[in-house]
Design a protein. Structure first.
Length: 97
């Protein structure tokens, strides 16, 4: 569980419920602090520009890095860090080329 400012409460609740039904252990890794660090580092470069999909994509990359760290540490296999929308677009791109 890696909630951020872009995570809806419904999404978090649904994830907890699904994990409970599947008997999956969950851990929470809040990423708000990491997001703030990115905002600080990029502040000058992004000055005067509105927040957009760029910031949402940054949260996705943060999650991917954390999942890879967990995978490496615990000897697990990480299959994907994308959501269904990201996977469907990636699949469409892969099959089109």
């Amino acid at each position: 569980m890696m909630p951020s400012c872009y995570s809806s409460q419904g999404s978090v609740d649904d994830s907890v419920e699904l994990a409970r039904h599947l008997g999956i252990r969950t851990i929470e890794l809040p990423i708000a602090g990491i997001m703030r660090t990115y905002d600080t580092v990029l502040e000058e470069a992004f000055r005067g520009l509105p927040a957009d999909v760029t910031e949402e994509n940054i949260q996705s990359r943060i999650r991917g890095n954390l999942l890879m760290a967990l995978s490496n540490k615990f000897g697990s296999l990480l299959l994907t860090t994308g959501n269904k929308s990201e996977m469907s677009v990636a699949t469409a791109r892969c099959t089109a080329t």
